[in-house]
Design a protein around this ligand. Structure first.
Ligand SMILES: *[C@@H]1O[C@H](CO)[C@@H](O)[C@H](O)[C@H]1NC(C)=O
Ligand SMILES: *[C@@H]1O[C@H](CO)[C@@H](O)[C@H](O)[C@H]1NC(C)=O
Ligand SMILES: *[C@@H]1O[C@H](CO)[C@@H](O)[C@H](O)[C@H]1NC(C)=O
Ligand SMILES: *[C@@H]1O[C@H](CO)[C@@H](O)[C@H](O)[C@H]1NC(C)=O
Ligand SMILES: *[C@@H]1O[C@H](CO)[C@@H](O)[C@H](O)[C@H]1NC(C)=O
Length: 457
């Protein structure tokens, strides 16, 4: 299946799809529904029961906003903001070119699950294009503000010391205190970033792992004080690690411990001068994307995961090697996710006036191609800050930047229960959530024993 964009002065999202009936997503069908809606209105006046209308009205209430507002970003307004847009997606497997790939002869020696076998397993996990709605994007909210409204300029306090230009760069969003969680990740699925093999499976591409941290206190930090504590903290890591508090959200954490919890010798930490709070998560991800796109030449895909996620690295790497495209985000996509006005995920009407978000990838785990990360970070400054990281970055900004979104079965969502460890042996899942340290280790042990202990099929 192929889709193309027309880049016209009226907009960048003039989407054309061949074979569109089969892949008509809710977004695309909004336009179909809109037409139906008009017909139904006519029916209502002739006495048809209201019940028939409930669903179309519910879906359309936000999309029916006056469509004659100023046009949504054109190629030239995007160009002024420094964004070059290109559009094209082909969903047919072909190997990634132009990057170093792992020597297959070496890599596949003795593995039970080869790259070819992984490709067969990937074919069982369906893909779906999430088409942006042209009508939705005509809402004035989606126009770039005339000038920068949000700066992302927090300084870097610590950066990874190893080379970071591998084809795939995984970032794990982590809190400074979660030393033992980071250690569990390094010792399990993350160990492949240090050149270790994955038990029994081929690894298709080289991969980097970086933990992205803010600071424990809101005060500004100077580089010298951070460097100073880092030097003296190596021997404290064990002790402070035992007291680490597990948290799946960043909110409500007491910050009584000093910064020196941070392991100084791991070389895989990217830390920004920014208070590590849930409300600052959008900022943290955008800073990390910006850092990687400028510091790591050669990266093709950035994978963002929370720290309670197990990543099936071999399956993900093979997927990206054969199906990965520029200008695309991969993950589990929500359609028209409801905007909360109260509670932890609240967004004010001033910050975002619509009642739903454009299709966005669950923040638990998603993949952004490097070219789209550049577009997203550039666009971010021209929109008011929204603390819902996944909806803002992979929904709003991605829609404005005409970035393709591909829903991939097997990426987890926040609501998912903890998966069975076998799902990673048999490759039914790319990522799994709700993993505490002992879960990470037990899922890894299941990989090591090839699922024999659990009789995985
Ligand atoms: C891959 O590894 C094999 C075995 O060590 C070696 O003979 C071969 O030359 C390598 N190929 C490349 C392209 O490096
Ligand atoms: C702190 O560490 C960074 C990164 O290693 C280095 O570039 C910087 O010069 C150091 N600053 C001081 C004051 O030592
Ligand atoms: C975000 O980080 C900045 C810089 O550290 C801090 O001043 C601010 O209070 C943080 N915001 C929230 C909502 O935590
Ligand atoms: C993505 O763009 C880069 C740079 O233009 C190019 O080298 C690479 O082949 C492209 N990748 C794909 C999958 O099209
Ligand atoms: C991790 O979760 C399991 C339940 O899946 C629970 O039994 C265990 O106590 C938890 N471990 C930690 C360290 O919180």
């Amino acid at each position: 299946m192929t889709k193309t964009f027309d880049l016209t002065e009226n907009g960048v999202n003039n989407l054309k799809m061949t074979n569109s009936s089969r892949t008509c997503s809710v977004y695309r069908s909004f336009e179909c529904v809109a037409n139906k809606h008009r017909r139904l209105l006519a029916l209502v006046t002739s006495g048809i029961t209201l019940a028939l209308l409930i669903i179309p009205f519910y879906c359309l209430s936000d999309l029916d906003i006056n469509l004659s507002f100023q046009p949504f970003p054109t190629k030239s307004t995007l160009h002024q903001a420094g964004v070059e847009v290109s559009g094209h997606v082909k969903l047919s497997p072909r190997p990634l070119t132009g990057v170093d790939t792992i020597n297959n002869t070496l890599n596949q020696a003795g593995v039970e699950v080869s790259e070819e076998e992984l490709l067969l397993r990937i074919k069982k996990l369906p893909l779906k294009l999430m088409s942006p709605s042209k009508q939705l994007l005509k809402h004035p909210y989606f126009s770039l503000r005339p000038s920068v409204v949000e700066h992302y300029t927090n300084s870097v306090l610590r950066q990874p010391d190893s080379t970071c230009g591998q084809a795939v760069h995984i970032i794990v969003l982590s809190h400074p205190r979660d030393v033992t969680t980071r250690r569990a990740i390094r010792e399990t699925w993350g160990s492949v970033a240090k050149g270790r093999p994955w038990p029994g499976k081929a690894l298709s591409l080289p991969v980097t792992l970086t933990f992205v941290l803010g600071t424990e206190s809101p005060q500004k930090h100077s580089l010298s004080s951070i460097n100073g504590t880092a030097l003296s903290s190596a021997d404290k890591e064990e002790k402070s690690g035992d007291e680490t508090i597990q948290s799946q959200t960043y909110g409500g954490r007491p910050s009584s411990q000093p910064e020196e919890n941070i392991e100084s010798d791991s070389g895989d930490i990217l830390q920004f001068d920014m208070f590590d709070s849930y409300a600052n998560l959008t900022r943290k991800v955008l800073l990390a994307l910006d850092w990687i796109t400028s510091a790591c030449k050669g990266v093709q895909y950035i994978v963002k995961v929370d720290q309670d996620i197990f990543v099936n690295v071999p399956l993900l790497l093979t997927f990206l090697k054969y199906y990965g495209e520029n200008n695309t985000i991969y993950g589990h996509f929500y359609n028209w996710g409801k905007v909360q006005r109260k509670g932890m995920w609240a967004v004010s009407e001033e910050a975002y006036p619509l009642r739903g978000f454009p299709a966005y990838a669950s923040g638990t785990s998603y993949v952004i191609s490097e070219s789209s990360a550049r577009i997203l970070t550039k666009l971010s400054s021209y929109f008011p800050y929204i603390p819902i990281e996944d909806a803002f970055i992979t929904g709003i900004l991605a829609a404005v930047g005409a970035i393709d979104r591909v829903k991939v079965a097997g990426f987890t969502i926040w609501e998912d229960p903890k998966p069975n460890a076998c799902a990673f042996v048999t490759d039914e899942k790319y990522t799994g959530n709700r993993m505490n340290e002992s879960d990470l280790r037990s899922v890894w042990r299941t990989q090591v024993d090839r699922g024999h202990g659990l009789n995985c099929q």
